[in-house]
Design a protein around this ligand. Structure first.
Ligand code: GLA
Length: 390
């Protein structure tokens, strides 16, 4: 073999192994794109029961949201009896989930959806109303598997004080040994910077404290999450917490910015509102297929903040097919502002022409553009574009 050919082989081998490592760190084959679904916590808290979960599964399908990718129905805290039974097993709460969790999982599956559940790496969950899985990891993982659970959100309350880095992998092993392939969503709130070690442990990891349904909380979380952008990859995602779209605390433009920031950050798109009574505006945001496609893009690279002048920001990242996603954000609350970005800011060669698609207006501009772009952005709003260099 000639020297040049040999070198090409080595380069190819290194590239293939690097991409393999990037794709399959945890190795359960799940979460190759960020997970999409619904979770009970942000809207309902502990006020949940089996009827609500069934109706939510129905609504996810009838609203068309399942069709655009939202597949998981996840129950959060407060689903179990206060205590384990005498064999140490968890059971669905007798009053609120009288048919049992297996029956509920079966119902969710019968709708073509997947079913998720919640526990904590502590002796009790965060509500204190049910046991956590610390010391019962294997037993609980087996129980979850026997019920047909597809997804576990694992929280960090009432711990024994040991390090998250030690406690969370115990559940990784337990899930592996459970006999079912279960998506593992770690929720240790960024305490031990799980972005730096989570890829081998779980499929996603919270980077932040709990989101609130406000503009400032949403931005607070996405800014922290942005600091870990380089660690996201297919199979393991940064999680700035669940969506608040539809819960009523933010304006339409603010929710569009919230959803756009989550989408480009390759964040899990877990709906946190009441989808049984979903209003039209929230539906139009959550069901925007073009924005979802950015989130679910096969390249799996998290966009990040590339420029900031005061309240005005440019966020950008690569998409498959040589495209770029660019988000222009006006965080301020006074007046529409002009935001400019140069091709170099977003990784396009300076002299390339590019087509420009506004994914909220669903409009492709007639003329191609070169060098830079200046766009008006209203207060507490964003504009979101996909650029295709031509
Ligand atoms: C923690 C988590 C939340 C939710 C609650 C439930 O605060 O971060 O997402 O699961 O517990 O009690």
């Amino acid at each position: 073999m000639e020297k040049k050919q040999a070198l090409q082989c080595v380069v190819l081998f290194v590239c293939i192994s690097a991409s393999w490592i990037r794709v399959e760190s945890l190795g359960n084959g799940l979460g190759l794109t960020p997970q999409m679904g619904w979770n009970s916590w942000n809207h309902f808290g502990c006020n949940i029961n089996e009827k609500l979960i069934r109706q939510t599964a129905d609504a996810l399908v009838s609203s068309g949201l399942a069709n655009v990718g939202y597949k998981y129905i996840n129950i959060d805290d407060c689903w179990a009896n206060y205590n384990r039974d005498k064999w140490g097993n968890l059971h669905g709460n007798d009053a609120t989930f009288p048919s049992g969790i297996k029956a509920l999982a079966d119902y969710v599956h019968s709708k073509g959806l997947k079913f998720g559940i919640y526990s904590s790496a502590g002796t009790r969950t965060c509500s204190g109303r049910m046991p956590g899985s610390l010391g019962y990891e294997k037993q609980d993982a087996k129980t979850f598997a026997s019920w047909g659970v597809d997804y576990l959100k694992y929280d960090n309350c009432n711990t024994d004080g040991s390090a998250e880095k030690q406690r969370f992998p115990v559940m990784t092993q337990a899930l592996r040994a459970s006999g079912r392939n279960i998506f593992y969503s770690m929720c240790e709130w960024g305490y031990q910077e799980p972005a730096k070690w989570g890829a081998e442990v779980g499929n996603s990891w919270r980077t932040t404290t709990d989101i609130k349904d406000t503009w400032s909380s949403m931005l607070f979380n996405i800014d922290i999450n942005d600091g870990y952008a380089k660690y996201a990859r297919p199979g393991g995602w940064n999680d700035p917490d669940m969506l608040e779209v539809g819960n009523g605390g933010m304006s339409y433009n603010e929710y569009v910015a919230h959803f756009s920031l989550w989408a480009i950050s390759k964040a899990p798109l877990i709906i946190g509102c009441d989808v049984i009574n979903l209003n039209k505006e929230a539906h139009s945001i959550l069901a925007n297929k073009e924005v979802i496609a950015i989130n679910q893009d096969s390249l799996g690279v998290q966009a990040n903040k590339v420029k900031k002048y005061g309240d005005l920001e440019v966020w950008a990242g690569p998409l498959s097919g040589g495209r770029k996603v660019v988000l222009l954000l006006n965080r301020g609350n006074q007046g529409t502002k002009l935001i400019t970005f140069n091709w170099a800011d977003v990784g396009i060669p300076p002299n390339s022409a590019a087509t420009l698609r506004d994914v909220w207006l669903h409009y492709t501009y007639k003329k191609t553009i070169r060098h830079k772009l200046t766009v008006k952005v209203a207060p507490h709003s964003c504009r979101l574009f996909v650029l295709q260099p031509v």
